[in-house]
Ligand binder design. Structure first.
Ligand code: NDP
Ligand code: PYC
Length: 359
């Protein structure tokens, strides 16, 4: 454990400091080990526990708070409910030169991807393009950790996953879609890959939950209440209400595409199709994921994609664009690998109690 702990203080005009919360810096390695212990305690195989723990810790490390340590409790509740199989052994099938399918056997998507990754990359590199589908799977995290490694080895990747019915399609009356994220990663010559990854709703459900916990209102138009009226109250969205797709009918159509590709192609459930009420405590959607991989060396007129990407990135910089998606995460990752990951002391106490089997 890193020794470097500190207290976050709030400075007031009267010159006195009020303590808001104590923070503790924990190394990535220690955080992965702590979370993996928790998952093993709750029925995961060592392999699955290490995969999910690594994923969860990397989300926290790179500032994806809605899918980092905050989600550990949700994984635990789900494992305890028996909704997911923490020791599932995925079945991988080579269906065509450009198609690999995985049945995650009611387990988590990340270990399934990990087992299929090498064979999938071979397909992408021999075929120029390939599709990986992962069905019967639980994805409860950010998508960018799934696809970043492809771009780091010169490939382009696009991934989509559907979740649970908590988004009302544009013009509809009740939720049908999930928050349905899309992620994209591409190599940029001499620079970290370009990566974006976001929900196709106004906000991820995880961020709505965090706002509700912290008593914060959301931006206008984030969702609807149980009568279908627009609301910025996270409690109303979570309690019988729903989110809405970003960008009106345009985001709604993209969310529809994610349902069709992620669930329709993988054989997983659409976001409205599964009933987890039989497993109280279950929080992980049982749906599907796809990844499309492209090897740019098969395309273009000789100049590689990553050098073309660099030209575009330079043009964007010249145009005053300073918010290239992915750069914030790469920066945080580098900083926190050096100095550790800051967690609230209360979070660390809770993680240790879970790992000790005390709660
Ligand atoms: P955000 O709205 O925070 O958007 C994240 C993306 O947009 C990142 O690529 C980020 O780049 C980029 N970005 C953010 N702000 C700006 C800006 N001002 N200018 C330019 N780029 C910007 O994401 P969401 O809250 O919608 O999603 C959060 C996470 O939740 C995602 O990782 C997603 O995969 C996950 N999720 C998972 C679900 C599941 O079923 N498993 C369901 C829904 C969401 P940067 O990386 O540099 O910050
Ligand atoms: O934050 O919307 C979300 C989400 C759904 C499933 C996992 N994360």
């Amino acid at each position: 454990m890193f020794a470097c702990n500190y207290i976050l203080k709030c400075h007031y005009d009267n010159g006195r400091d009020n303590v808001i919360d104590a923070f503790e810096y924990i190394s990535e390695k220690d955080l992965i080990a702590l979370i993996a212990d928790i998952f093993v305690q709750n029925g995961c195989s060592d392999f699955v526990a290490s995969q999910i723990a690594e994923n969860c810790a990397s989300a926290e490390r790179d500032g994806s708070v809605s899918h980092g340590v905050f989600r550990v409790e949700g994984y635990v509740n789900t494992l305890r409910s028996g909704w997911v199989d923490g020791a599932a052994v995925p079945v991988i099938e080579d269906k065509a030169p450009g198609v690999l399918t995985v049945d995650a056997k009611n387990g988590f998507a990340q270990p399934a991807l990990s087992l299929a990754r090498e064979a999938f990359v071979e397909k992408v590199q021999s075929n120029g393009i390939a599709l990986l589908t992962i069905g019967n799977a639980h994805h409860f995290s950010s998508l960018w950790p799934d696809i970043l490694p492809f771009a780091q080895s010169g490939l382009v990747a696009i991934s989509m996953v559907n979740s649970f019915a908590c988004s009302v399609p544009h013009g509809a009356k009740s939720p049908v879609f999930g928050t349905n994220p899309i992620a994209f990663a591409a190599p940029v010559e001499g620079q970290p890959p370009l990566v974006f990854d976001f929900a196709t709703t106004t906000m991820a459900n995880g961020d709505v939950q965090i706002a509700a916990k912290e008593g914060r209102l959301l931006p206008d138009g984030t969702g609807v209440d149980d009568s279908g009226n627009l609301t910025n109250d996270p409690e109303a969205i979570l309690d019988g209400g729903a989110l809405v797709p970003f960008g009106g009918h345009k985001g709604s159509a993209i969310s529809l595409m994610v349902e069709l590709l992620a669930a329709g192609l993988s054989g997983g459930n659409f976001s409205f199709e599964f009933d987890w009420s039989t497993h109280p405590g279950a929080e992980t959607p049982k749906t599907g994921q796809i990844i499309i991989g492209i090897d740019p060396s098969f395309c273009g007129f000789g100049q590689g994609l990553s050098s073309r990407a660099l030209i575009l990135m330079k043009m964007l910089e010249d145009a005053g664009f300073d918010a290239r998606p992915g750069l914030r995460r790469h920066r945080l990752c580098a900083e926190r690998r050096e100095h550790g990951i800051p967690l609230k002391a209360s979070q660390v106490v809770r993680l240790r109690a879970l790992a000790a089997g005390a709660v």
